[in-house]
Design a binder for this molecule. Structure first.
Ligand SMILES: Cc1ncc(COP(=O)(O)OP(=O)(O)O)c(N)n1
Ligand SMILES: Cc1ncsc1CCOP(=O)(O)O
Ligand SMILES: [Mg+2]
Length: 211
């Protein structure tokens, strides 16, 4: 598995997008998104599979990986590039057994306690998602914001590349990049934007300026 470019990680699903999912993702990749996650926690399985197939048709020719949130079965059914798992999802160890060595596996860790509890799983993951950095209305059970200091603390405990997530967008990505994030993961800053292409381009520019 070659580690993907995590610079600007779009997390998108039908409910989070102001426009259609495909239109939003197509615009976002024109603006510079480097990796995409399909996340629709309440979506019907067959809709997820249809959405993943449509996104793969769009992203594969561009060499941009598609990660599926939570659902190892949807990865297998569609040939997507990997899965993102949280603390209540299938363990990364089990996912690695099912998916094999070549798929990308990401894991959420939001505190030093979660890192300690994930030591075995961390051996099987390619990157971690750390957050929520700031308040977010996208995920009701995201927990309290950990801030840039909390991000740095968690990052210091893991030997995997990390994306920062939660409440991030234009004007707030610089500090996490300077704190060591390999990239930033965003939902509303791009999916909720009037112009997802320009939103992505501006965030990319801010990331580049912070490096
Ligand atoms: C890149 C990235 N980081 C964190 C998450 C959150 O995952 P999880 O904690 O499992 O919560 P849900 O997204 O499943 O509600 C993520 N999806 N992506
Ligand atoms: C999926 C997820 N995991 C932690 S916060 C979050 C939601 C991020 O959404 P937004 O970028 O709109 O704050
Ligand atoms: Mg999850």
């Amino acid at each position: 598995m070659t580690l993907p470019d995590l610079s600007l990680y779009l997390v998108a699903g039908r409910p989070a997008c102001s426009r259609s999912l495909e239109e939003t993702v197509a615009a976002a990749v024109r603006g510079g998104v480097t990796i995409v996650q399909l996340r629709d926690p309440d979506g019907a399985t067959r809709d997820l599979i249809a959405d993943a197939g449509a996104l793969l048709n769009l992203l594969r020719p561009l060499g941009i990986p598609l990660i599926i949130n939570d659902r190892v079965d949807v990865v297998l059914a569609t040939g997507a590039d990997g899965v993102h798992l949280g603390q209540d999802d299938m363990t990364a160890r089990d996912a690695r057994t099912v998916l094999g060595p070549d798929r990308i596996i990401g894991l959420s860790v939001g505190s030093s306690g979660e890192v300690e509890g994930s030591r075995e799983d961390l051996r099987h993951v390619d990157y971690v998602g750390i957050g929520p950095i700031r308040g977010t209305s996208t995920k009701a059970d995201a927990g309290a914001a950990i801030g840039v200091d909390g991000f740095q603390k968690v990052l210091s405990l893991v030997d995997r590349p990390a994306v920062a997530i939660g409440g991030l967008g234009l004007g707030s990505v610089g500090p996490v990049i300077r704190a060591g994030a390999r990239g930033v993961a965003v939902v509303s800053a791009i999916c909720g934007a009037d112009d997802p292409e320009t939103a992505a381009r501006r965030i990319r520019e801010e990331i580049a300026a912070a490096r």
